[in-house]
Structures are given as C-alpha cells and as structure tokens.
Design a protein around this ligand. Sequence first.
Ligand code: ADP
Ligand code: MG
Length: 452
Amino acid sequence: MNFSKLPLSKEMLQTIDSLGYKNMTPVQAESLPLILEGKDVIAEAKTGSGKTAAFGIGLLQNLDVKKFRVQALVLCPTRELADQVAKELRRLARFQHNIKILMLTGGESFGKQLGSLAHQAHIIVGTPGRVLKHLSKESLELSNLKTLVFDEADRMLDMGFIEEIKSVLSFVPKERQTLLFSATYDDEILDISKKFQKNALHVKTTQKEGENKIQQEFYETNNKVETLIKIFATYKPKNIIVFTNTKLEAKELAESLVQNKIDALAIHGDLEQYERNDVLVQFANKSCPVLVATDVAARGLDIKELSMVVNYDLPHTLETYTHRIGRTGRAGAEGIAITLYDSREIEKIEPYEERQECHFLDTSILKNMQGFDMKPEYVTLVIEGGKKDKIRAGDILGALTGDTGLKGSSIGKIDLYDKQSYVAIENGLIDEAHKKLKNGKIKNKKFSIWIL
Ligand code: ADP
Ligand code: MG
C-alpha cells in the first residue's frame, strides 16, 4: 500500500510525500501498478476514492516534459469536475518543472483557449464538447497523445456525451494507453471499454472502500420547506448541500429559504460561468451555509467536511442517491443525509425501506423552527484583479491588515483567479474591510472592490 514500492521518480515520491498521502487508497493500490506498466485499465471506484491521483500519477510519469506537445487528454463530464482534476494534476506536478496543463471546457471564451493552445501544453483536461470543437477546428492536435483518460465515464454517458466521445476518438492515435474510471459499471460502459480499450484490465474496489459513516434519515412531510428548516434547527449543521431535481426548484427553494432567514444560494445549469463561480466560492469559503443544487451542477464539487446532504427531491435512481449522500461523511468523518418525501412519493421510497441503514423518522422529533436563522460566518469581498495582475494572497492580506487594519484571524479563505480575487471576511467586519480596500492600494494599484 506504500507509494515507495512503485517505480516512481524521486520528484513524484517527494510530491506525494509533500501532499501528505501516506498510503495508497484501494483504487490506487490496484490500478497504479498496471497503469505504470502501460496497460489499459477500467476501474470502478467510489467518489472520493482518489481516482484522480491514480491516473494523474500514471500520466505524469509517462510524460516527456521536453517534448512540448499534448501527450495526455483527460475527458470529464463537467467544467467543475475538470477544474478539480486540473487542480489535483497541478498539485501532483509541482516538483516536475514546466509542465503545462490546460483546461478546455465549455462556458469559457473559445478565443482565449485558442490563444492558450497556440502556446502548446502537455496535458489537456476538458469536457467532450469543447475538446471536439477544438479538434474540428484544428486548434488542438493529438498525434503525440500517449494517455487518454475518461473520468466519471458513467456520468459522461448520462449526460449524453457519447457522440462527442466517439468523434474525439477519431482524432487520437491508435497506439496509446486508455484509462476508464466510473462509479458504476453497466453495459454501456463495458461497450465503451470494448470499443476504445485494448485488453483492459478490470479493477473494482467499491467493496474495500467500505461504507462511509453516514447517518441516513427519511422524513415524510407535506411541507418540505418547513421540515427542512426544522432539521437545520435540530442538527445545526455548518454547511449543507440540498439537492433538487430541477433548476427551477433549486432557484425557488433558495429563495424561500432566504425568506425564512436561512442564508442560501442556488447553483444550476442556467447560471453564467462567473455566477457559478461566485456561488461556489461563497459556499466553499463559508460565506453561505446552504447550497441548493441540481445533480449536474454539483458534480465534481469537492468540498471537504460537508456536514449534511439533503434530498429535497427523491433522486430518480438509487445510484444518484448514493452519489449524493457520499458527499458527506468523507474521510471517516460523520455525516448526515436527510431525505424528504411527501405522501405522493411513498411508492418511490420502497427500495430504501428495505435497507437497514435507512432510518424512517417522524417529524415530531424535530425542533421547532421559531426564531431560528442561519447566517454565514463570513462575507465575501471581490477584487477586480487577480493572478494576471500578479496579485498574491499575501498582497491582499497585507492590504487588509496593514497599519490600523483588520486582524489576520478575521480573514478567511482567499481565492485567486486570473482577473478576480475573492476574500472571505468575518461577518461583522465587512464594511470596515470594504472601506479599507477601496481607499487603499494592492501592489500599488487601485482595483474595483465590491461585496458579494
Ligand atoms: P475521486 O475518486 O472522487 O475522483 P479524488 O481523486 O478527487 O476522488 O480524491 C479525493 C480526495 O482524496 C482528494 O482531496 C485527494 O487529494 C485525496 N487523496 C487522493 N489520494 C490520496 C491518498 N493516497 N491519501 C490521502 N488522500 C488522498
Ligand atoms: Mg474524480
């Protein structure tokens, strides 16, 4: 189970050590030796099981850094997931010099991506649609590709990417390594494997990963909003994702929660990229305790220490249920998964009634919601300047805390993007912080500042 038993470079072992990865996770232990031998692998493993590092270490070891051509392509179902993967790959590549990793996903400027591609890259992480668009327009060239990865393949198929995937495959060399990761296996997945992989070796570790420690509770109610707030009042969770089945519901539920003094934001497919980012940043930096999301929008969102997941709508399948609740109780921590259903949904609840781990409870055990409210710990300030302006976290911290400024302990997470930065400020101090940054300078320059 130890990484040092593998044929890895000194730099890679050093990186793994610096990331604090002591032992391989089950999926890494079973797939990495094969991946490093250059074999095609199809792996079934749960969310949060460390799949990214499994293929990431493999493709980084296989890279010829001096050859400045695309040698690895990772296809992901969503922008958020691609972003997660790119981040983990960058972490894994940090002791190998000059490795260029480029993201190609929809919802971002095509022209800007053209510019980045002109400068070449070693690794592309992208969504099938956008990657195909670049291939068709010949702005992306894959004749030097060595490793192709399908991450969350089941989800890509669910989302209807099959045609795009097939088309992308017509642009890649026959001689290559193909790795396929999926939370579930079905005929469609095996079909993809047969078509696009050579003698793929199967790895299945879902058993070994074991059940997360998740308390699963079900409540029948004909007033879901009220019951939801009572649940919050009873458990007082710090951060919660509430799942709805439709975008409209996500939006409406977030609005009703806010009307009931529960601070909430919605994330769904209708938001512009910048709006999604604003929402995700605020949820992750504790500026908003409740995120209402559709399944697609929440995919790939890796927020550690999520205290509660709520199925406001019953998921359509048991698999979606498992996926949703797997977001809490990670890394051995306890989590709570709540499912609400009304009298018309009783039939749909049957498959859960057979499961021993699902507890059916009566709403009368919940606390009253009277006077209960949920406010965020922090409020987010946006600075219209980022990495492109050479701003670093320390510059922002300095501008806020300098002279008679705020205490460092009042400042939360700082997120830097190319053209924007976000700073979480302790709730009561936001006006002070806003004034300080507006009147001051960062790196000797004035930037627009606003409160989210
Ligand atoms: P998934 O299988 O859902 O793609 P990820 O690859 O995103 O899971 O990994 C989940 C988390 O586990 C990440 O935060 C990652 O940094 C961490 N991780 C990966 N491998 C290890 C390891 N060997 N030891 C400890 N943590 C790890
Ligand atoms: Mg993953």
